[in-house]
Design a protein around this ligand. Structure first.
Ligand SMILES: Cc1ncc(COP(=O)(O)O)c(C=O)c1O
Length: 409
């Protein structure tokens, strides 16, 4: 019989040797966004719907791609990313957003999380000022924290990032003798609050960036998943002076496991990102599989996904309102994307709600995860993307009852 040997797993003291970058935030605790270990209702992370992954289509695309590309698919790739994928991204932008760019504008990365990290690495040093939304996507926030900037949070309302508050922050930074490095904004179905940045504010943001001589990092992960309303022009398309960088991803329309995202930027800037990447290009094999699949199927597949996610949003909203009608709760109704943002009734005992949700095994993300400083104590974010509509309805009813039960009366 084979005896399994367990080896000790010692770690020599390494903390003193860590780089300055690695020491930023080292040892601090990041508040957990996932308090329920094995949820019955997974409304926590922005996970795409596994039932709608194109399993057969990807197998077929892989075979077709291997027949056509053979060894090219399995060797090192272009440092900027597989050209076919960069062309496909240009087509996607033209088709859905009327945005004209060339493959020379696109830099492929390991998901848009890594793409955003490249932009932060290229522009942001510890202690330097940067403007972000409050609330903003928790993943980006943790990413930004690792770069150690001084964060200026500006509020988000029904029209997205409040540009008058951006101006106030830019003015404050200028008066302190400094210059804002980046303004980071999530323009479509803002994560977590839900609104699109209005066209007027998109224009204002560019005017502000020009006036204060700074750059805008426009994050769009969800534009194609629009259930209602018209798509708005990307900030990138409105810019005339080349001061916008745009991040995108295939995670939400193909599968987060393909780990393919990108930055779209003026070509002269791309070497600044490449300097923080590894050799060999990002995932040349999977870039080809994704390209072969999406070339033939993108529009039809996205159409299916829009129907899938709309049904989930509607089911979740129905469950919430059936139980919470008559309270002073505020519930967003996003026109697309993955998330519902809730301002809990004023009487809610948030700790009690957490306990009740834990017992019912309903996962959600507490609002505090989306703020750099204080804020969000009375908010929670629900993702409707992962569970099927019947579970979105059932789980949101259970959670809404917990919200009522957590009311201090
Ligand atoms: C607004 C936003 N940006 C970026 C990302 C990162 O996505 P990925 O790294 O999977 O491309 C997400 C994922 O949830 C997101 O919601």
């Amino acid at each position: 019989m084979l005896t399994v040997m367990t080896t000790p797993n010692p770690t020599a003291r390494f903390e003193d040797l860590l780089s300055t970058r690695a020491r930023i935030g080292w040892g601090g605790s990041v508040p957990t966004a996932r308090p329920v270990a094995k949820p019955l209702y997974e409304f926590g992370g922005g996970f795409p719907d596994p039932a709608s992954f194109p399993y057969d289509g990807l197998v077929e695309a892989t075979r077709k791609m291997m027949d056509a590309e053979g060894a090219d698919a399995l060797t090192y790739g272009d440092p900027q990313g597989y050209r076919g994928l960069r062309e496909l991204i240009c087509h996607k932008y033209r088709f859905y957003e009327n945005l004209e760019v060339t493959p020379e504008n696109i830099f492929v990365a390991n998901g848009s999380g890594a793409a955003l990290a490249l932009a932060f690495s290229a522009f942001v040093d510890p202690g330097e000022p940067m403007i972000i939304e409050a609330p903003t996507f928790s993943g980006s926030l943790n990413n930004i924290r690792r770069h150690g900037p001084e964060i200026f949070g500006v509020p988000v309302d029904g029209q997205g990032m409040v540009t008058s508050a951006v101006r106030a922050s830019l003015e404050k930074i200028k008066r302190s003798g400094r210059r804002c490095k980046l303004i980071y904004t999530i323009v479509n179905f803002q994560n977590p609050a839900g609104p699109d940045l209005s066209i007027g504010r998109r224009r204002e943001l560019i005017e502000l960036a020009e006036e204060y001589d700074t750059f805008i990092l426009e994050d769009d992960a969800y534009n194609e998943l629009r259930f209602e309303g018209d798509s708005k022009p990307p900030v990138y398309a409105l810019d005339r002076t080349g001061r916008v960088i745009r991040a995108g991803t295939l995670s939400k329309i193909l599968g987060a496991g393909v780990r393919l995202g990108w930055l779209c930027a003026p070509p002269a800037m791309l070497p600044a990102f490449q300097g923080f990447n590894f050799g060999g290009g990002v995932n040349p094999f999977m870039s080809r599989v994704a390209t072969y699949f999406l070339r033939d199927n993108m529009e039809a597949h996205v159409k299916v996904l829009v129907g899938v996610y709309r049904a989930k949003r509607d089911a979740m909203l129905r469950g919430l309102w059936e139980v919470l009608e008559g309270t002073d709760v505020e519930i967003s109704r996003p026109q697309g994307g993955f998330f519902i943002w809730i301002k809990l009734p004023s009487a809610t005992d948030v700790a009690r709600l957490e306990q009740l949700a834990l017992e019912a095994r309903v996962q959600y993300t507490p609002g505090g995860a989306f703020f750099a400083g204080t804020g969000g104590e009375r908010h929670i974010r629900l993702a409707f993307s992962y569970e099927q509509p019947d579970k979105c309805y059932e789980g949101s009813c259970i959670l809404a009852k917990a919200i009522r039960a957590a009311g201090r009366s």
